[in-house]
Design a protein around this ligand. Sequence first.
Ligand code: SF4
Length: 878
Amino acid sequence: MTVQGLANHVVGARFEALDYQRPPEILSANDQFSKVQELLRGESPTDWPTYGAMLSLRGFADEVRQLILRAQEALVTPEEITAKAEASGLSGWRELAAFYRRYLQVLDDIGKVDYGGLVNQAAAAAGHGEPLFDHLLVDDYQEATFAEEALIVGLRVQSLVVAGDEGSHIFSFQGTTDVPLRRFLEQLPTAEHVSLATAHRCQTPLYEAWSTPHTSEETAAVARELRRIHVEDGVPWGELAVIVRREDGHVGGLLRALDDARVPRTTPEGGLSLLAEPAAFPFVLALRWLARPQDRDGLAESILTSELVRLSPAAARGLVRAALAEDQPPSAALQRTDGLTPEEASELRSLSLVLQEAEAVAGRSVLDAFSTLWRKLPYARRLVEAGERSPEGARDLDSVLALSEAVSRAGEQADASVIAFLEVLEAGEEGPGLAELAEERRPDAVRVFTAHGSAGREFDTVIIVGATEGNFPSLSRPEPMFDLASLDGRVSQADRNRLRLWDERRLFHVVVSRARRRVVFTASDPHAEATVLTARSRFVSELGVAWTPAPTGPFAEPLSVAEAAAVWRRGFADTSQPPQRRLAALRGLLALGDNPARWWFQRDWTGSDRPLHENIRVSFSKLDTLENCALQYVLSEELGLEGRAGYYAWVGHLVHRIIEDCESGAIPRTEDALVAAAEDRWQSEQFPSHAVSEAFRRVVTRKMLPTWLVMYGQTPALAGEIRFNFEFAGATVTGAIDRVGEVSSGGSQITDYKTGKARGGPAEENLQLGIYYLAVNMAEELATYRPVKAVELAFLKENVNGRNFRVQLGMNSKVQQEFREKMAARLSSLIEEIRELLKTEVYRPSPEAECRYCDFKTLCPLWPEGRDLFLAASVARA
Ligand code: SF4
């Protein structure tokens, strides 16, 4: 039995000697935490001159909880703390000691004990009556507390054997000490000391240390090595272990690498990993939705795109936008189905119903809420089906099972609500955390442990990931706020560090000695993402192990489908190989379903000795992009990387076509006819959702087309949508003018219709109108429209002070001359800029650019998302 089990047995047998009417009830770690929190909240700040302001803080309650446990384990009474505090002038400790006394009194009154108090009480009762046992054997005595020592010695058994190893003492941060082991012979002078000299594991396992440039390569190397050991050395998965120092953000990356390489694995023992498990996370999202109505707006999109509903990000955003368009909060998106397929709509409806049902019980029981989710969500059904079909599915199911076990433990706590469960789950190192998970669920799977979690285990091979300073040793662990040792005199930081280093050295020894045959250390080089520069662990160097680069491909013997495809592709392409080997490689590739059409690596770089363009062709839209930013210009106009035109562009195109058909006589010049044409040609599938489509349909049929009819309907155009093409400054300028109208005093007016928001400056500054003006004056096919007396932009969507919005420039001959010169100079300077860019091929982003509608932020060094991922690499290059 555990020490707590032994203590429980003793207290159960001797409760009367402790003045209890019946055996006291035991508070679990979570219940003890809740009790401390509850009592602290009821305290008066006036009784806490030093810490009064912290009484309601969760972190403070956790520190006090730990202090109370540690004090009981160390057999330190409130009175002793008060006396030491008086002697050393540590005033804050007096209020802590007083609370400690009140806490014990409250537990006593309600007939309860916490785990610390249980061992303490058992030690007090151990000496009463006849000895309860004849023989007692205690393992791992290097991890005892003083209360445990008092209990074991106090039981007065006929024969007592304790076994321990000072060098394996690693849980000092949990209040254990090796002092009882070291002074055992003083406590019981008649005891015999036996040294166990025979190592039952391999004395000298094989050590290797691998370094990689980046953590992703490190985790990939670990995954491959596990697969290799299993396949080539024939070691069962369950005989392999991966050990990390602690559960932090890197564990998620490691687990994903193992999953990608299809290495079966267990779930690490702590709570944080449940948040990192992709299969369990949708349930966590649903629980957050239930417990935190105030956070629902922020959760809506994540829930819609998660496995719970499986919407595309665009569809999810469409629902949120539709909700906002109707003045609803984003969370209302879960109640909408605009633009969804019938299957998507039905999945979303079932989720909403299940969430409603679970919400009714969420305040009372996390167990009932989770059970509703599990029984009724289509996602749960899919998980079970996948679990029966594939090993990956089985692992996903395991991680949800781990979550359900954590839920069921939480369901037995005093506060069994979903809120309380989430608090514990998300608390990380703060708070009592989740108890260890049952780990034998998947006997044939690689074990993933934290360093402390690996104690007491044994494997064929152990891979220790992240063997760097900061992990081994980790000297920066936060100190407890209240350290009992400080009552006995100030402990210097140097002393703390020295003791910590010894702790860490012992921990390293324990971790390394888990392997019978082989230990592999891995580390990646420091890079910009680390806040503290890391270096390879000194402990590894002390073992005399040399670091070598981790094995990288190409590997002769493939271990996975991807590797097999790579090896056979190379074999097939290698003309020095015998034909039969190349044919065998080809057969292998075809069997894998590899597609030679996608072997991009076989193609040479494109390029020629000639310049990219021998003739320069420009249009207004190209030049407009160039004026904004040269980098955006090359990416969109030269390389054609711009995303597909969106629904705004589709609406603009539709309106232009309808106007053109009206001008040509294909559509009558009436509002009804224009609206009917728009309704007839409308394609709601062009829009992200039904709501957005309807909003635009209203704008087109009620605003743009009626506005156009008022502005231009009565006077037919001289020409519409006329294409032009003229030579200017060694370049060909092309484009199309929306409308050329007649001016009553003679000459023409150029109009460009705009279907977006009004923006841009006055007409005399507008490059588009300038190019059209030059086109009419220089392109022979437009000669009949000269002279141009006016140019204008007509914003069909806008209405200013009840009037339709136009940006116009009327021109007499002087203005015409000025406008022509100004626009010609601007056009030739832009053409010259293009010529220069083509020559130098250096395209820079512009700090003054309007970046709002730019698709290339992820390629642009001016934006955080476009910067180098690895600063160290760019520094090295520099
Ligand atoms: S994000 Fe701005 S600066 Fe960068 S390429 Fe696009 S427009 Fe240019």
